[in-house]
Each structure stands twice: as structure tokens, then as C-alpha cells.
Design a protein around this ligand. Sequence first.
Ligand SMILES: NC(=O)c1ccc[n+]([C@@H]2O[C@H](COP(=O)([O-])OP(=O)(O)OC[C@H]3O[C@@H](n4cnc5c(N)ncnc54)[C@H](O)[C@@H]3O)[C@@H](O)[C@H]2O)c1
Length: 283
Amino acid sequence: MSDDLTVRVNMLMEEMPSSKYDYKGKTVVVTGGAQGIGRCLSLSFAASGAHVIMIDNNVDAMREVVWLFDQMKLRYSSDGSVRPIQADLASRVEIEQAIEAGRPLLEEKGLYLLINNAAIADAHSAHLLGDPEAFDSVLAVNLRAPYLMSSLLEPWLSRTEGSSIINIASTRAFMSEPQSEGYGSSKGGIVALTHAMAATLADSRVRVNCVSPGWIATEHWQQGLPEAVEFSEEDHRQHPAGRVGKPADIAAACLFLGSEDAGFITGVNLTVDGGMTHKMIYK
Ligand SMILES: NC(=O)c1ccc[n+]([C@@H]2O[C@H](COP(=O)([O-])OP(=O)(O)OC[C@H]3O[C@@H](n4cnc5c(N)ncnc54)[C@H](O)[C@@H]3O)[C@@H](O)[C@H]2O)c1
């Protein structure tokens, strides 16, 4: 490994959540697990011993995550694993094929946790004054796919003790900038989908929660291990918590929500935004 690459891999390892949870032998599905927050989720759960199935449409980025986990294994002395499955989550057929590809592991170990994380994450990709088709595309990936994934994986969740679903929403479910109707609607839908599914799956003892990230800096968690971006003092200071968020902040919340410690928590939204949505701003 080149010196530069070693530095970047070490930097990622420094930014993994420090929370320790034992997911040994448990199967965790992470959609959009190849890049950004999802990359941190895949690596964090695998480091905690889980067998992670990543479902993503970016094959090269998934290959990099598998490689990264090989680099990290020693540090975490984990016998977890990361398994890539390619699918475009906008397509119902490809979602079904992805689940079929994961069936042997699901049959053998059940499914402990599904994290619906993948999204068209550009908040301005579909808006009121733009192409109406774009609205459908955003809803297909950001809202219909989590619904389909949850519905199709329910049989394995239901038969696995302590299982749950975590949907990744956004603070944009509750507040808006102009021209963000598609993304905002999809995330508002995720919050409602979460408490509806929590009610439906109560009899099966499958908990369902969502996490709403605020501003999370994902730049150096993308394919090609780009360098981290430096943010201004003002960027950090405007957050009541004193800094911009990191993927590890979301991974730590998911490690907790998926664990037995969160066994009495279902149907909730956990906002992880450094306090921004509770900050009153009058100018
Ligand atoms: N980063 C933030 O500041 C932030 C803030 C609020 C909410 N979120 C939410 O967190 C989640 C992750 O966001 P991120 O910033 O890491 O995004 P990202 O764009 O960095 O990563 C998204 C991942 O999903 C995959 N993906 C996208 N479309 C797909 C499709 N059609 N089929 C399969 N895979 C697909 C991508 O390949 C990528 O690996 C999203 O749900 C996003 O809405 C992020």
C-alpha cells in the first residue's frame, strides 16, 4: 500500500465510532453501503462482528469497501464480513434479484438488522419548478425501495430474535430550503413509513426506527478515498454541538438502535444533527 493510501485508511479508522457493540454472527443488510454514511455503516457493523450484506449500484465502490475491511480486520480483530450485491434500488426486479442473491446467508443466519440508507442524496434533485419525472425517480429510490426492502425481507426479520429495521431519514423531513420538494417529501415519507411499520410489525417483535442526520461530512468516505474537506470555523460553530457531523455519528446511533440496549425503542425518529433543528434563528 502506498504511503498516501496508508494515511487515508488510517484516517478512516480514526473516524470509526468508538462505541462497542457485539454483532458477532448477526446478519445486517445495508443499502447504499458502498459510499458516504453507508460505507461507515458497513465497516462499523462488520468491525463489530456482523456479516454485512451491502446492496448498492456502484460495484467499484463496493469492491473498495471489501478491500478496506480487509485492511481494518486486524485492528478490530473481527470475524465479521462484508458481502457486496449489486442492484439499482429504483428497480423492483433488481431488488428482488438482490434478495435472492442473499438468500443462502439469510436462510442460514436469519436477518438481525436492515438499514435502509441508500438515497438520491442531492436534496435539490427534484423540485416544484423542475422536471416532474425527477420527483418519481427520487421517490422510487428514497421511499419505495425502503418499503420494498422491508416488505420482502420481513420473513427473515420476523424469524430472528431481537431484529429491527433502521431507516435513514433526514432533518429535511422537518425543515426545508427552497427547491427540495422531492427529497423532503421522500424523507417525510420515511418518518411516517417508520412508525407505520413499527405498528404493523409489532406482533412479530420487529422494531422499526429511523435516524435523521443533519449535515454529515461524507467527502472522504467516497469511492477513491478522497481527502477530507476542511470546513470553516463558522461551519462548525453554527452547530450547538460545536462541529459538523461525521458518518461515525450516524453509525454510532445505528449501532445503539440495532442493539438489545434499544429493545424498548420502536417507532421513533432519532435526530442526529448537532442540535441544528432546535436552534431558533431570527435575523
Ligand atoms: N450526508 C448528509 O449530510 C445527510 C444528511 C441527511 C440525510 N442523509 C441521508 O443519509 C443517507 C446516506 O447519505 P450519503 O450522504 O452518505 O449519500 P451518498 O450519496 O454519499 O451515498 C449514497 C449511497 O447510495 C448508493 N445509491 C444511490 N442510489 C442508488 C440506487 N438507485 N441503487 C443502489 N444504490 C444507490 C450510492 O451508490 C452510494 O453508495 C441517505 O439516505 C441520505 O438521504 C445524509
